[in-house]
Write a protein that binds this ligand. Structure first.
Ligand SMILES: *Cc1c(COP(=O)(O)O)cnc(C)c1O
Length: 445
């Protein structure tokens, strides 16, 4: 029957197109509309919250009485278990305020992980302190406590652990080092809203913690914002003054415009705070949805040889802000392919399938020009203010950057379950063509 033969041939051809890699003319595994799920998810509640601020009188954090900023500060302190929370203009100023309030200043050394967003290294510089970079753990991607301890000198003032991608840093070990040497601990929790360590939320595990509310983060605002959480009353008071020109702002008292210490204008806008407060209402639901989606996704990918999926170490709840996949050619049965070339080939083929993998950080932090060339405040400062040690080696950070790719927050939105299933299809399809991956990896120089 000609009709049956034709449809059989069509099915065969369609199957062929589905199996063939998209880079070579096959049908991409991920439909176009699933490649870029929106984040943040903005609802009418969020719109109403922002408009509500415009109809009120409280537009910034120094307004007298209860404002969206003060309510957000109270709620976030409650959630993190910290005694105080101070809203700031962004996550970078949150880090700087935390360091400033803890007395970190010119010539002090602050130990920072070798893999993070640039702000983790810039915030100490803003305080005229010198960032010193510790290598990372190859599984959690967080600072390695042994590397940290080796870098402590009499000039070390603070440790700045980053809960990278949402996996809490090894806080017990880091706090023990800090106690032994009398150092402050500032958590960089910009990627870790909703993460827990030994059953406790990040944000109250050190002396202070910085969160970012930037649009791409787990708890977003409609622009830029940040939060600092602090336990000590005096430190919190200093942070508030530092945020506000060094002034003391007290409810019910007229502003006196006196600067008691070096302050900045790092205030949070009430519009940003109101948007985040509205998002906070849905935070737990989004968190649970993301957790379910990511768990199912990683379970599928874990079956593919040589694909190292992110995992948890210790009693931690991962916030799954970013998923970082490492690629091991030996485990994939391709021992003569270099890890970096394997990653380059996978990047090309996965992107062709519509899987939106990307690199997150192309350089280890200590390789950034601002640090290698010591570009700071001029005349060699802040380095000239101290006696900086030689840069430590960071082979693990370099290797991880070379052999990994990431999927970022917007691909993990609460409705991204369908998208992630298609991304898993894309990975499986590429893994069904590992001979092709090897050929491309070997031809790429
Ligand atoms: C985003 C981020 C910051 C800085 O936050 P901003 O609000 O963008 O200033 C700091 N540290 C880490 C690890 C981040 O991911």
């Amino acid at each position: 029957m000609p009709g049956a033969a034709a449809s059989g041939r069509d099915r065969g051809a369609a199957g062929d197109r589905d199996r063939r890699l998209a880079a070579f003319g096959g049908r991409p595994a991920v439909p176009r509309e699933l490649r870029n799920p929106p984040w943040p998810v903005i609802t009418d509640d969020d719109r109403a919250a922002v408009l509500g601020v415009l109809d009120g009188a409280a537009l910034v954090s120094d307004t007298d009485g209860e404002t969206a900023v003060s309510v957000l500060e109270r709620r976030w302190a409650e959630r993190t278990g910290a005694a105080h929370c101070v809203g700031t203009s962004n996550g970078t100023t949150a880090l700087q305020l935390a360091l400033a309030a803890l007395g970190v200043g010119p010539g002090d050394e602050v130990i920072v992980p070798a893999l993070s967003f640039i702000a983790s290294g810039l915030a100490p510089l803003h305080q005229m302190a010198i960032p010193v970079f510790a290598d990372i753990d190859p599984v959690t991607f967080n600072m390695d406590p042994a590397a940290v301890e080796a870098l402590v000198t009499p000039r070390t003032a603070a440790i700045l652990p980053v809960h990278l991608h949402g996996h809490p840093a090894d806080m017990d070990a880091l706090n023990a080092i800090a106690r032994r040497h009398g150092l402050a601990v500032v958590e960089d929790a910009a990627q870790a809203h909703g993460a827990f360590y030994n059953g406790r939320p990040v944000g109250s595990l050190g002396d202070a913690a910085a969160f970012s509310l930037q649009v791409t983060k787990n708890l977003p605002t409609c622009g830029e914002g940040g939060l600092v959480t602090i336990n000590d009353d005096k430190v919190a008071e200093t942070a508030r003054m530092t945020r506000q020109f060094g002034e003391v702002i007290e409810p019910g008292r007229d502003r006196d415009y006196i600067s008691y210490l070096l302050g900045w204008n790092h205030k949070l806008s009430a519009v940003q705070a109101a948007f985040t407060l509205s998002q906070l209402e849905r935070f737990d639901a989004y968190d649970a949805a993301r957790r379910g989606n990511v768990t199912a996704f990683l379970a599928r990918l874990a079956e593919l040889p040589g694909l190292v999926v992110p995992s948890r170490v210790g009693d931690v709840t991962h916030a799954w802000h970013i998923l970082r996949f490492r690629f091991d050619p030996v485990a994939a049965g391709l021992p003569d392919v270099r890890p970096e070339a394997f990653r380059v080939a996978l990047h090309r083929l996965l992107r062709a399938e519509g899987v939106p993998v990307s690199r997150y950080q192309l350089l280890a932090l200590p390789e950034q020009k601002v640090f290698t060339d010591r570009i700071g405040y001029g005349s060699g400062y802040p380095w000239a203010a101290g006696d900086p040690q030689a840069d430590a080696e960071h082979p693990v950070a370099t290797q991880v950057i070379a052999d990994s790719l990431t999927l970022q927050k917007r691909h993990l939105n609460p409705d991204a379950g369908l998208a992630l299933r298609h991304y898993a299809d894309g990975f499986e399809k590429v893994w069904a063509n590992l001979d092709m991956v090897a050929a491309i990896a070997k031809s790429a120089r």
